[in-house]
Each structure stands twice: as structure tokens, then as C-alpha cells.
Design a protein around this ligand. Structure first.
Ligand SMILES: Nc1ncnc2c1ncn2[C@@H]1O[C@H](COP(=O)(O)OP(=O)(O)OP(=O)(O)O)[C@@H](O)[C@H]1O
Ligand code: SF4
Ligand SMILES: [Mg+2]
Length: 372
């Protein structure tokens, strides 16, 4: 096990209360594995990764739980020890490379400095390594582009430079927070392909943070779904796509348009909005938006139960003792969740048709009125 996060809670005390940005989050990352964390905006993906990297900004702090990297406790690491770890074994890339690249220095100088901060090598040697690294991440004519300033490069190129910089210390774990969100689809595919290739070549593990299920399905081995600071489902990537269990995951998957979809039905939308973190509903965080909500869901927070490696946090699958239900009850619950989502979509579709009909009638009336 490379990284093990157990029951992590991260909080931000604000004027009106405490924002529990990350609540009881657990997951493991194995060496050489690509683990994706997926969830809507505000679900706690970035705060989770910043907690692991020891980069939380005040007043954010880890309020509970444990994090271990190669067996080393991260929660009580000193700032100096953390800096050493970040330079050598863990690296992070962000959505917008311009926030991490300094616009006034040539990219080569920045990579050379990153290398020389962690390793005792000459400038010449570091420059050669930097050129090599830029070639590895697919920058054409790296011996020329190394002297470019960041603004002389395209977004995709800058993201490659960021990756080159992050890789300059041969990390065992790369945390990539929305690394392709700012890029167009073709460049996005190239960057994801690059991450996979680097993992294959170097055995580096990747914690990939994204809100895009398409990115997850193309890149990850395993996936953790987060909602309002909690893990609601975790599974191997194929299992999650073929066999989603949590109503939130079902909703996310149903919201993706598919070519084979029946045109008579509108695309499914998860109803309502993500709750304000200071006004979380009692019980299940998803209860206000869930098509399968039951009485118990408004009273208690469900546990994350493990069903043979497929983990899910939902009372459809958990019995009163907090344990996984029987196999047959689980199969029934899954069918029920799918039927509830479909029924909600039918209601939405018929409401939409009704609204369209009313609009058309009103328009006809307006035209008749005008012609009178
Ligand atoms: N500095 C802060 N002060 C108060 N609350 C914060 C702070 N930073 C983050 N939060 C809160 O923590 C929660 C999780 O935020 P986070 O940035 O991790 O979301 P995310 O899943 O990365 O979303 P996105 O997809 O938009 O990047 C949000 O409710 C956010 O409002
Ligand atoms: S616990 Fe209840 S409200 Fe929450 S996702 Fe499951 S069925 Fe829906
Ligand atoms: Mg984020």
C-alpha cells in the first residue's frame, strides 16, 4: 500500500460555523495504480488532495483520521519533513498550469530549479534532464522550447511542462487535480494518455481528481465517488460503470448522453442543488435529491459498507445493524434504485411535454390575439 487514508476529516471554521469539507473519508492507493476521485463541484475532492499533500490553507485543518504514505504518518509530519516528501515522493499538478508556472521565467529555468532543489546536480546536467523530461511528456523540439516563457506555449503545452516539473523528482505518487479541465477534448485525451503511459513506464501511482466520468472511464483503474465531503461509492472502474449502486452515482451516469438513448425521454438530471455545507440535511447528505429516499435516510447517516470490494454508503444496501444486506435484498435494492431514477425521468419528461404544450397554446393565443 502506497497511500492509506482512513476516516479523514478536514474542516474550515468560518464566521457562521464549521464547514466540514471532508468527512470520514477513507481510501487506499496502491503503487502503480490510477485511482480517480470523482464528484460534483464542492464535493471535497481538492480539499482531500490538499490534505494529503499537507497544503491546506488556513483556517483549514485536518480534524480527525489518519493518512499514511509508505507507512509514514502524514498527519503529524513537520513542515520541513512534508516539504522533503513533496519534493521527492509526492507531487501535484493543478487544473490551471499558469497558477503554478512563474510567467517571468523561462520554463527550462523553472524545471532546472525544481530538479536542483531536490538533487545535487550541476546546472548543465539538470538542463539535460529537463530537456529529456520535456521530450518524455511529448513537447516537440524540447531543446528549443525549453527557453520559451510560459505565455509562448499553448494550454496543453503548459500542462505538459507542469507534468514534466512534477515528474522531475520521480515521484511515487502524482496527484493530478482536474489536469485536463481547461483543455480541449483532443489535448485532454493526449494528456490522459501521457499520464497512463508514465504510470506504465515508471510504476508511479496517480490520484486523479476530476468531475468528468468520461475521464474516469478512460484513465482510472479504480474510482471513489464523493458527495458533500463523503465517499458514497468505491469500486473498480468497470464495476462502477456496469453496476453502479448508489443513487447519486446512478444519477451521474444517467446524466451522460448516450447515442443509443431513447429520444422520447429527456436526459436525466439529478433534482435540486448541492446543499449549503453549513445546512446539511440531517441523515444522508443526498436525501433531499434522492429519488429513492426513505424515512430512515432523514434520520441517520448511512455507513460505507463493503460488498466484496464494492463499497457503498446507502440504506438501500445496509440493514438496521449497519451491515450489508443479503445478496437477494441487494439485488432488489439495485433494481429499485434504477426504477426510481427511471420513474423520475418519466415524470420529468411528461412535465416537460406538458410545459411545451402550454407554451405552444399560449403562443397560438398570442398570434390569434394579434391578428384580431
Ligand atoms: N478556504 C475555505 N474556506 C471555507 N470553505 C472552504 C475553503 N476551501 C474549500 N472550502 C469548502 O470545502 C468544500 C469542498 O471544496 P473543494 O474545493 O474540495 O471541492 P471540489 O470537489 O474540489 O470542487 P471543484 O470541482 O469545484 O474543484 C466546499 O464546500 C468548499 O466551499
Ligand atoms: S441513504 Fe437513502 S437518501 Fe441516501 S442515497 Fe440511499 S436511498 Fe437515497
Ligand atoms: Mg477542486
Amino acid at each position: 500500500m502506497l497511500l492509506s487514508v482512513k476516516n479523514l476529516s478536514t474542516e474550515f471554521p468560518v464566521k457562521k460555523g464549521i464547514v466540514k469539507a471532508v468527512e470520514d473519508v477513507s481510501f487506499d492507493v496502491d503503487a502503480g495504480e490510477i485511482l480517480a476521485i470523482v464528484g460534483e463541484s464542492g464535493s471535497g475532492k481538492s480539499v482531500t488532495s490538499l490534505s494529503v499533500m499537507g497544503l491546506l490553507a488556513e483556517p483549514g485543518h485536518v480534524a480527525g483520521g489518519s493518512m499514511e504514505f509508505e507507512g509514514k504518518d502524514l498527519v503529524h509530519l513537520s513542515e520541513r519533513e512534508y516539504r522533503e516528501l513533496r519534493g521527492n515522493d509526492m507531487a501535484m499538478i493543478f487544473q490551471e498550469p499558469m497558477t503554478s508556472l512563474n510567467p517571468v521565467y523561462r520554463v527550462g529555468k523553472q524545471i532546472v530549479e525544481a530538479i536542483r532543489t531536490h538533487e545535487n546536480v550541476s546546472k548543465k546536467e539538470a538542463r539535460e534532464r529537463a530537456i529529456d523530461m520535456l521530450r518524455k511528456v511529448g513537447i516537440p523540439s524540447p531543446e528549443k522550447r525549453i527557453d520559451d516563457y510560459p505565455h509562448q506555449m499553448s494550454g496543453g503545452m503548459r500542462q505538459r511542462v507542469m507534468i514534466a516539473m512534477a515528474l522531475s523528482c520521480n515521484p511515487k505518487l502524482l496527484i493530478a487535480d482536474e489536469p485536463t479541465t481547461a483543455l480541449d477534448v483532443t489535448i485532454q485525451a493526449q494528456i490522459l494518455d501521457l499520464l497512463r503511459r508514465l504510470r506504465d513506464d515508471t510504476g508511479m501511482a496517480v490520484l486523479l481528481i476530476t468531475h468528468d466520468l468520461g475521464v474516469v472511464s478512460e484513465t482510472a483503474d479504480r474510482v471513489v465517488v464523493m458527495y458533500c465531503g463523503q465517499v458514497v461509492e468505491e469500486a473498480e472502474v468497470r464495476t462502477l460503470f456496469d453496476h453502479p449502486m448508489h443513487p447519486y452515482t446512478l444519477g451521474l451516469l444517467k446524466s451522460i448522453p448516450r447515442l443509443e438513448d431513447d429520444d422520447s425521454k429527456r436526459l436525466y438530471m439529478i433534482k435540486g442543488m448541492v446543499p449549503n455545507p453549513l445546512e446539511m440535511p440531517p441523515g444522508c447528505h443526498f436525501s433531499d435529491r434522492c429519488d429513492s429516499c426513505m424515512d430512515i435516510c432523514r434520520e441517520k447517516i448511512p455507513d460505507l459498507v463493503d460488498l466484496n470490494g464494492h463499497k457503498v454508503r446507502c440504506f438501500l444496501y445496509e440493514n438496521a445493524e449497519g451491515e450489508a444486506k443479503s445478496v437477494s435484498a441487494i439485488a432488489e435494492a439495485e433494481a429499485e434504485a434504477i426504477a426510481d431514477a427511471e420513474a423520475a425521468r418519466d415524470v420529468e419528461a411528461s412535465e416537460a411535454l406538458l410545459a411545451a404544450e402550454e407554451l405552444r397554446e399560449a403562443e397560438i393565443e398570442d398570434i390569434e390575439e394579434a391578428s384580431r
